[in-house]
Structure formats: C-alpha cells, structure tokens
Design a protein around this ligand. Structure first.
Ligand code: BGP
Length: 475
C-alpha cells in the first residue's frame, strides 16, 4: 500500500507573508500590512487596538517581507527543483481591488498573478489558491468595518468572480478563507474587525463569521458556474483537543473546544448550522442575524473538499483542573506532559495528525487536503553557510509518516500535502522573520537587513527525495 499516484505534494505560503511590494503597481493597503512586529502585534491582530495605518513607532514586516514580488521566478524555480506538484499561495485582495470597492479591477495586480501562474505551469506545478488568507482591504474596514458588515459578501464575490474568470486556464483548486475559525482568535487579522467600546465581542465575531460562511458558499456556487472543473475547499486551523485527564469535565471541555472549531466546517461541509451551535449561540442571545435565503445558500453549496492546517494537538483542562499553559497557533491550551515542544513552545505531536485526519474524515466523509504543516525554528547557517535543519526533517518525517498511516491503514481520502512554508517568510502570529519554516533560507534578518538571497537548506534535498519517491523514502 502506498499513497495514490497523483498525490499532490507541495508547499504553502500567503501573499502578505512573502510578497512585500505593498506600495507597487497600484496595490492598496490591507489589514495584514498594518499589523506591526513586536509587543503591540497581539493587540492589533485581536482587534483590541485599532491601527488602520502605519506609524513611525512600529515596524511593519509585510512591507518587504521576503520580496516574492520580485523573486517569484527564482522562487518557483526552486519549488520546481524539489519536484513540487502543487503550490498553495494566496492573492492579495488589494492588488486586484486596491480599496475593495472599485468598479474595475487593477490590471497590474491581475497581471502579476497571471505571471506567477504561468511560471507554475511552465513546471507543471498546479496552483492551489487561497482567495483570502488573512486579508481585508483597509478601504473596506474604514467604510464598513470589515466582515462585521454584510456588504462584504458582495465585494468578496466580485473578487472571486474576477479571479475565477481571469485564471480559468490556470487554476482549479481554490480555498475560500484561510483558517476561517481564526476569526474567533485574531479577528482583526482574520476579518478586519476592530472592537468598539461596549461591543459584545462574541456577537460581533459570530455575525462576521456568518457573513463569511454565506460568502464562502456563494463562492462555491460561482466557481462551479464559471468552470465545472473548479474545486473549492474550506480551510480551518485543526488539531484535535485532548482532555487533560480522563476526568469527565476535562473530556467535556475538550469536546466543546473541538465543536468551536468544527462549527465552521460543519456549516461549510454539511450545509447547515449544527444544533449545538444554534442552541448555545441562542442561549447567549448572539445567534447571528440571517436573511431569508441564507440557510438555502448554505445548504445548496457545500465545499468540494476540506483542508486544514495542522501544527499541533491541543490539550484541554476544565477550569480549576490544573495544567500549565502551552503556546500554539494563537490558541492557548494546557501543556501536554507527554509531548516535546518547539523553540516557540508549540507542542510536537505527529500521531495527533493521524488522529485529526481520522476525526475530520469520520465526521465529514469528504476528501481532505493538509495545506499547512511545519516547524518554525531559528535556523542559523554554520561557518560554511550551510543550514543543517535536521530538527525540521525529523518533524516533517514523523508527520508525513503519520499522514501515510492515516491514508494507508485507516483509509482516509487525502488529496495532498503542502508544508508550511517552502521558502522562509514572515510569521503570521508574531511578525518575526527569525521564525523560519522553509526548505530555502532567505537572507533577511530580524532587523530588516540582508541580501534577500536564497540558499537551500538540508531539508531541501530531503523533501525533494520524499516527493520523488511519493513518500516512500523518508530517511
Ligand atoms: C497559520 C497561518 C499561516 C502561518 C502559520 C504558522 O495560522 O495560516 O499564515 O503563518 O499558521 O504560524 P506562525 O507564522 O505564527 O508561526
């Protein structure tokens, strides 16, 4: 038994974390551009501190990022050398509609992505395009409050329509929103939401989520109308919640945590609000306002496949049941005493990937796609300038092994695997450059210095062999 012949191996990135060039060719400003690095980032990405423009007191890593905007040919060439079958990337909304509400798209922005897709197709690399990867035009935030407003649905669909038509010959795999459940944890970064004094934050977040859910379903409809070959997936930040102990209260809290995340996929994949969400949101008086027809839209246009990021599992203790806190992908959880942790304090749990794949597949019975998985580490070149990132190889090897077991032994239907991120880029959570994920090192340092040149790390050669052997040789 082995992985299917046409298994899509590759890597994943996001426009705002790699492109830079944010003032070029008519591009407008987006929420992700004004998230600073440093201590204030957290308050900004969570919507508690309103920052809609740049100021002199902060650094904004998205301004240059790793300058994919001018290096994309070289970068895609490197992906091709590793034998990539798929490249997950996102479009910057504001390259195409600089303020979000223009009548006509910005041709220069459209041309940029066309060049990127052409470059991919030169090497037979299939793009997997995230339509909105933590990305919302500042123009729409100022005028409408981002996804708080139902008006966003139309602007988003206009973007979708433009993309589906223009790139019909290049792209069939689409994701409607990156980590849609992140709206609960980083609402400014996820959905352009800033909270006003006295606002019920939960109510605002679930209302905005409802707008995204409707928009996402209508994007599926549109994608199929433009090209019946199009396949649209949802995307959520996954990682099963383990009970901290077998105390029934811990088990219960873990179940509720899983439901909070599955809520989004329940709607996007099954086509309706699950009963637990309806009851609980209604119980708190925050059931989103729906328009007539919304329920039908959700029911008629479920996604074609389910994708997710997996970095770690979570461990949940009921209040007062103890447990130290652990870090992890913007979610806090209890520290799992059986796991090791990354330099950034994220748990490392390969078996958790197999568990997650099984749970998600059991629940939805739709094809799955792992679209993010990787290890953030502070790589340092040795005296010869080489980067021996054996820790990254170990992490990926164990996760790929667990993924294979889920496919080969448990029968999970998996389309592909894209590691985060093939070429070093800016961290979403912390805004740091030194938290690196790549197979390719980018000479850019935390203070912004560096030549931006690209060097292959040891993991580059390792991943190339993994792809070449369709995951058989993981040594
Ligand atoms: C996910 C995001 C990515 C990415 C990744 C790693 O939440 O979809 O954009 O950055 O996590 O997280 P970080 O960059 O914080 O290390």
């Amino acid at each position: 038994m082995s992985l299917p012949e046409n298994f899509l191996w590759g890597g994943a990135s996001a426009a705002n974390q790699c492109e830079g060039g944010i003032f070029e060719d008519g591009r407008g400003l987006a929420n992700v551009d004004v998230c600073p690095s440093g201590a204030d980032r957290k308050d900004v990405i969570t919507g508690r501190r309103k920052m809609l423009e740049m100021d002199a007191a902060h650094q904004y890593p998205a301004v240059e990022a790793v300058d994919f905007y001018h290096h994309f040919r070289e970068d895609i060439g490197l992906l091709a050398q590793m034998g990539f079958k798929v490249y997950r990337m996102s479009v910057a909304w504001t390259r195409i509609f600089p303020n979000g509400d223009e009548e006509e798209p910005n041709e220069a922005g459209l041309r940029f992505y066309e060049e990127v897709f052409k470059e991919c197709s030169k090497y037979g690399i299939q793009p997997l395009v995230t339509i909105s990867h933590f990305d919302c035009p500042i123009g729409l935030i100022r005028k409408y409050g981002g996804w708080k407003s139902r008006k966003m649905i139309d602007f988003y669909l206009k973007l979708c329509k433009t993309l589906f038509i223009r790139y019909k010959d290049y792209v069939v795999y689409w994701l409607n929103f990156n980590e849609i459940n992140m709206i609960l944890h980083a609402p400014f970064m996820g959905a352009g939401i800033c909270f006003e004094e006295g606002e019920d934050e939960e109510a605002v977040k679930y209302q905005a989520a409802h707008h995204e859910l409707v928009a996402g379903a209508l994007a599926v409809k549109l994608a199929h109308e433009v090209n019946p070959e199009n396949k649209v997936g949802c995307m959520f930040a996954a990682g099963s919640a383990y009970p901290y102990t077998c105390h029934p209260q811990d088990v219960w809290e873990a179940l509720v945590t899983d439901q909070e995340n599955y809520f989004f996929v329940d709607v996007q994949a099954r086509g309706y609000y699950p009963s637990y969400a309806k009851k609980r949101l209604a119980g708190r008086g925050i059931l989103p306002v729906m328009e007539t027809g919304d329920e039908e839209i959700l029911r008629c246009y479920p996604v074609d496949f389910i994708s997710f990021s997996y970095y770690n599992s979570r461990c949940i203790a009921a209040p007062g049941n103890g447990g130290e806190e652990a870090e992890g992908n913007l979610f806090k959880s209890a520290r799992n005493p059986y796991l090791k942790f990354s330099e950034w304090g994220w748990p490392i749990d390969p078996l958790g990937l197999r568990i997650t794949l099984n749970q998600v597949y059991d629940r939805y019975q739709k094809p799955l796609f792992i679209v993010e998985n990787g290890l953030g580490a502070a790589d340092t070149p040795d005296e010869k300038g080489e980067i021996n990132d054996c820790y990254r190889i170990d992490y990926l090897r164990e996760h790929i092994r667990a993924m294979k077991e889920a496919v080969e032994q448990d029968g999970v239907d998996l389309i592909g695997y894209t590691s985060w991120a093939p070429i070093d880029l800016i961290s979403a959570g912390s805004g740091e450059m030194k938290k690196r994920y790549g197979f390719v090192y980018v000479d850019k340092q935390e203070d912004g210095s560096g030549t931006l040149s690209r060097w292959k790390k040891r993991s580059f050669y390792w991943y190339k062999k993994v792809i070449e052997t369709n995951g058989e040789d993981l040594k």
